[in-house]
Design a protein around this ligand. Sequence first.
Ligand SMILES: NC(=O)c1ccc[n+]([C@@H]2O[C@H](COP(=O)([O-])OP(=O)(O)OC[C@H]3O[C@@H](n4cnc5c(N)ncnc54)[C@H](O)[C@@H]3O)[C@@H](O)[C@H]2O)c1
Length: 445
Amino acid sequence: MRVSVIGCGHLGTPHAAAMAELGHEVLGVELNPDTCKILQTGRSVFYEKDLDELLDKHVSGGRLRFTTSLHEAADWADLHFIAVGTPLRSDGRGYDVGQVIGAVRALVPLLTRPATIIGKSTVTVGTAARLQEILDEHAGSPDVHLVWNPEFLREGHAIADTLRPDRIVVGLTAPEAEQAVRDAYAPILARGDAELIVTDPATAEVLKSAANAYLSTKISYINAMAEVCEITGADVATVAYGIGIDPRIGHAGMRPGIGYGGGCLPKDVAAFTHRVGELGATGAAGLLNAVEHINNARLDAARDLVEHAHGRPLDTATVAVLGASFKAGTSDVRNSPALHLAGLLHSSAASTVIHDPESVPAARRLHPEYTYADDLDTALRDADVVVLATDWPQFTQDPALPARAATRVRRQVLVDVRTAVDTDTWTDAGWTVHQLGRPVQRATV
Ligand SMILES: NC(=O)c1ccc[n+]([C@@H]2O[C@H](COP(=O)([O-])OP(=O)(O)OC[C@H]3O[C@@H](n4cnc5c(N)ncnc54)[C@H](O)[C@@H]3O)[C@@H](O)[C@H]2O)c1
């Protein structure tokens, strides 16, 4: 099939590469000419596991191209995926769906051949209905259909999740459009490991928001329990492990820490909270307000933990912050709790140096006022406290790191705000380890 992907950011770029991997001919449309130029060379403007390899393979093989011209896409493709951004409105009251409306409004009059528009961006419930009105009014051909196909990929696993999704949700009103979606995802559906859920557009929109809100609720729940453990002296890691054994609860998403971040969960929870409140679903709005409140409060708890671990006012501390991206596996620093925490430390510690294996350039662009180190050893030099803020395997899985880091720092104090390290490995190497909601683990040597 000939497929266009409109909007080549964190969702659209992996989607375009994955569609090419599935055997389609793909044209990515990206408005930003600088981004488009880089994509045309087979590279991404951000780090995502396996993405550059796949881009390079299919750009050089000729199956994947990029353009800034929507005209070219309209003339050429049978399917148009909409993957443009839906940032939070500046007043925080729901999404700004201007990019989605703008892209569809620009595309539809250009379509002179049968086509299916597949919306993947995360939107407020009711947006697909608004777009359908645009289609009804402006489509140049009667064979243009709209379906809503929300995306559930996890950043850091975008390629794997796009090629092997656990579900494909499709909201549609025109039954003819279902076949186009089946054709697009045919190799995945043929494997039989992804469930296809065909529903109406409103259900597809709510399903996506509800999934992200539930995930955020789970994260905030265990972080609220960490707060209870801090007060009572209990150990939240054991609590999380013990309750997660129950299959109705499960262990996934139950790691206490500085909460959720990134380009999706914070804005999706905020937008959904606002929308359900507007609709009069006061119970849901109250629950989601609490989820957001708990999430935001963890940053202050983490900052206080760093001060407590230092044992003196923070303005006497040199702090090394390991991690800036909002989670491991991506260079995305949008709404990153790691970078927010680094900001709090930057304004209260004597000195704060931030290191991340992939996201220093992006973090530097966003916060040029912070101090960064391009390598780990430089970041650790003379630190009084080391803060593990993003759970990169380089920081959490390298058994040699505790001993190596010990030779660089002034004091062996680790504050792991992701509950990610094996504490024995660090305490055996002479470190004292502090984690949110857990008793202090003291050095054993
Ligand atoms: N990031 C994720 O992992 C993820 C996962 C699931 C869903 N989503 C949703 O996908 C959507 C996109 O998110 P993102 O993180 O990729 O955003 P992003 O800001 O990284 O990318 C959006 C891109 O679209 C481009 N664009 C805007 N208008 C355009 C137009 N008319 N034509 C061509 N290009 C245009 C922008 O220049 C930008 O590069 C959002 O609704 C988001 O909530 C994202």
